[in-house]
Design a protein around this ligand. Structure first.
Ligand SMILES: *Cc1c(COP(=O)(O)O)cnc(C)c1O
Length: 226
């Protein structure tokens, strides 16, 4: 299977899930997660029409962006963020999915190049209370959202979550439903949010069933990471 074939298959899976779960056709976007894969793999995906790419390591993203300059890629940063790397992220990413504390949002706001468009932000929620320390606790989410929307140069777009791995479809759905509820609560409080970044190779259909608008797919497109 080539990267082109894999993108075709993922596109079909997304369309089938949209239909199966009564989502509007085209309402789920595909973010191709290219972390740990070389620029040639990204070029192959680009040639097949994929323009949105997600990276988890700031230095790696910036290096690939330089190598692929002028190719029209929209870079999304999806990994844990250390505050000494925010300048790399602000220089390159049009989207940051993994903001989980105010300090990081403030630094992105300050460090965004003046001539660059606003950075689209998702707040990462710690949803399964799992071992991963990333993500804002649900109880602290509204307060963080209220602070982030005030920052210049950023557009708060929605939430991101990485649930603990789970094989059972109904249980996958139940966790994504919690994220959707958190998003709906924020919208009810007046936040204008339109993005739910959730769903990976192994739980994409459950995420789409619960309202994902962007699925982040790595393995099913590029194969196993080195
Ligand atoms: C690596 C990664 C993905 C992609 O995971 P796959 O299982 O390879 O599809 C999605 N989201 C985040 C935050 C990741 O770090």
């Amino acid at each position: 299977m080539t990267i082109r074939d894999n993108l075709q298959t993922i596109g079909e899976r997304i369309r089938a899930a949209e239909q199966g779960f009564k989502r509007v056709t085209g309402s789920v976007q595909l973010l191709a997660v290219s972390k740990k894969h070389p620029a040639e793999a990204i070029r192959a995906a680009l040639a097949a029409g994929q323009t949105r790419f997600g990276e988890s390591y700031a230095q790696e993203m910036v290096e690939k962006a330089a190598e692929l300059a002028g190719s029209g890629i929209e870079w999304h940063f999806i990994g844990p963020i250390q505050s000494n790397k925010t300048h790399l992220i602000a220089s390159t990413a049009r989207w940051v999915h993994s903001v989980d504390r105010l300090k990081i949002a403030q630094r992105l706001s300050e460090q965004k190049p003046a001539d660059a468009p606003d950075i689209n932000i998702c707040l990462q929620v710690n949803i399964s209370g799992e071992a991963s320390k990333s993500g804002v606790q649900p109880a602290a989410l509204a307060e963080l959202a209220a602070q982030v929307v005030k920052l210049p140069g950023l557009q708060l777009r929605g939430l991101m979550a990485i649930p603990a791995p789970e094989d059972d479809f109904a249980r996958q759905r139940a966790v994504f439903a919690q994220v959707r509820d958190l998003q709906e609560n924020l919208i009810a409080q007046g936040f204008a949010l339109d993005t739910l970044s959730m769903g990976m190779t192994d739980d994409m259909e459950a995420a789409i069933a619960e309202g994902a608008t962007m699925v982040r797919i790595g393995t099913a497109i590029f194969g196993a990471r080195l």
